[in-house]
Design a protein around this ligand. Structure first.
Ligand code: K1U
Ligand code: ZN
Length: 173
């Protein structure tokens, strides 16, 4: 397994729509395992393949740090097949937008169809932080970041801050 570098916004690769996988073969299963290791190393609760520079519809989610007895989920081609009308406003973070947080309004509950790491088609219903995290990761597959839900002014401020931080980090390296 390997820890992969995580792309930081405004990297243009984060804005590209990722491609479906044909099946979960050995290569995709290895990508899933590397993504789980990378997510844990970064103290995240989710990660999408475009964040590690891979344009495939693959996500991993692990909410065990916030909810006991939950197992990591590895999902290929995840699709929301039902979303509740009820919505929740919750604070989100993103490993590609370090130290930036904002509240986002999303459906409270979703049903998701996906292919698991054994190449089996599965469906789950998610609520709470699991629902938020899965929706956030699927957005990454469509080239969407949580700042895209904010006003243009707020989004620009966050992106400018990240650009400055990266310039400073580059200058001192
Ligand atoms: O996609 C990512 O960059 C991962 C992201 C997932 C996420 C967090 C919060 C709401 C929606 C989606 C993170 O894991 S950022 C780290 C973080 O905010 C967090 C870490 C541990 C517990 C709770 C939040
Ligand atoms: Zn994210």
């Amino acid at each position: 397994m390997a820890i992969l570098p995580i792309l930081i916004a405004p990297n243009p690769r984060l804005k590209i729509r990722a491609k479906k996988v044909k099946s979960v073969d050995e290569e995709t299963a290895k990508l899933m395992a590397d993504m789980v290791e990378t997510m844990k190393d970064a103290n995240g609760i989710g990660l999408a393949a475009p964040q590690v520079g891979v344009s495939k519809r693959v996500i991993v989610v692990d909410i065990s740090s916030v909810k006991e007895n939950s197992q990591p989920l590895c999902m290929a081609n995840p699709e929301i097949i039902w979303a509740s009308e009820e919505e929740d406003l919750r604070e989100e973070g993103c490993l590609s937008l370090p130290e930036q947080f904002a509240e986002v309004l999303r459906p409270s509950r979703v049903k998701v169809r996906y292919i698991d790491k054994q190449n089996e088609i599965r469906e789950i219903e998610a609520q709470g932080i699991l629902s938020v995290c899965i929706q956030h990761e699927i957005d990454h597959l469509d080239g969407k970041l949580f700042v895209d839900y904010l006003s243009a002014l707020r989004r620009k401020m966050i992106i400018r801050k990240l650009q400055k931080t990266q310039k400073l980090a580059g200058a001192s390296a």
